[in-house]
Design a protein around this ligand. Structure first.
Ligand code: AMP
Ligand code: MG
Length: 337
């Protein structure tokens, strides 16, 4: 059934509508400091089923539960008051960090995909806090994009993927962080990063002395099931080159232009300087800038026939997080070579 998707700035009226829709087990997209989330009442099997359906998300990829900063998460998960997890939560939440705890199974079982654990995030942005506080319920929220498409960082991106499929998008402008939260398993002896993000192992080590990375694996046993899927794919053709293959990239650009096609470079500042007056989407110079710009520019790049890019310099932990998304967006291209 087609419904009109409303896009509303955050006001007392739109928040009241959002709360009503959530309580009616409908979906509401809302902004966080990382990307837009597709919110659903975490205790409702019906609402969770809707999330998987509209996203086309594989049913073995669990959802993250979002709560406001004053929500008592011990209602949902086992929290060891004296453990390292408490220190990490104190240091980095609210923020772009999702923590995986042992579940008390108080939420819809389809949300956890049969796992004994539950992922919890307390987002930091004012808009996300307003929405979560107003609703005052645990909200399951994956990124608000069709599964495998680029994650959304504006209300417009959400609208492109879900117009007619969800009733309401709360518009809080462009998300600043740009890449999804770090996912951290806090159920073991030491914290383990399951998905890289803005909070890095180095930052966590400074607080609790230890932090490991889970191996990224493509097997069914992946600890963070979502990591085994390809993600973030633009709907246009793409080409990925080594950093020393500038001539090849330029040759492809000129060839496409000669055929009347529109190509665009998506590159960091170091490479942008070598491309003259050709069409360029500027990722920026630092890890923070690139994290913040990546998804917006991938969406922008989709308006062209081909995005041409070059591998990133992996010179910081944050750049590893950025590259984790970047390399998945251009995986297709790498595979072809
Ligand atoms: P998304 O909702 O698209 O931001 O993806 C959520 C990520 O969190 C995926 O990679 C999931 O596999 C991961 N995740 C969610 N819940 C859990 C959990 N209980 N244990 C491990 N990873 C989880
Ligand atoms: Mg996602």
């Amino acid at each position: 059934m087609f419904m009109d998707t409303l896009v509303k700035k955050i006001t007392p009226e739109s928040l009241a509508l959002a709360k009503r829709l959530i309580e009616e087990e409908q979906l509401v997209a809302f902004p966080t400091e990382t990307v837009y989330g597709l919110g659903a009442l975490a205790t409702s099997e019906i609402a969770i089923k809707r999330v998987y359906e509209v996203k086309g998300r594989p049913s073995d990829n669990p959802l993250i539960v979002h709560v406001h900063k004053d929500y008592d998460i011990s209602k949902l998960v086992e929290v060891n008051e004296n453990g390292y997890a408490k220190k990490i939560a104190k240091a980095f939440t609210p923020g772009p960090l999702t923590m995986v705890y042992k579940s008390k199974k108080r939420v819809a079982s389809s949300l956890s995909c049969g796992l004994e654990t539950l992922a919890i995030r307390v987002p930091q942005s004012k808009e996300a806090q307003e929405f979560l506080t107003f609703v005052n319920q645990p909200i399951a929220a994956p990124s608000a994009n069709i599964s495998k498409h680029i994650s959304p960082v504006t209300a417009q991106h959400v609208y492109q993927d879900f117009n007619g499929a969800i009733p309401l998008i709360l518009d809080g402008g462009r998300c600043q962080g740009g890449i999804e939260s770090t996912v951290l398993d806090v159920t073991g002896e030491v914290p383990v990063i399951l998905r890289k993000g803005l909070i890095t192992a180095e930052m966590i080590k400074q607080v609790v002395g230890a932090c490991e990375y889970a191996e990224e694996t493509v097997t069914q046993k992946a600890k963070s099931p979502g990591m085994k899927y390809s993600h973030y794919t633009p709907n246009c053709s793409t080409a990925l080159f080594e950093r020393n293959e500038i001539e090849k990239g330029v040759a492809l650009y000129e060839e496409l232009e000669g055929k009347g096609k529109k190509a665009v470079f998506l590159v960091d500042e170091e490479i942008a300087l070598l491309l003259g007056s050709r069409r360029i989407l500027h990722l920026g110079a630092t890890g923070e800038q690139m994290a913040s710009n990546l998804y917006d520019l991938l969406h922008e790049g989709e308006k062209y026939d081909c995005i041409i890019t070059f591998k990133l310099n992996l010179n910081s932990e944050l750049m590893l997080s950025v590259n984790n998304r970047f390399s998945k967006a251009f995986f297709k291209a790498e595979n072809k070579k």
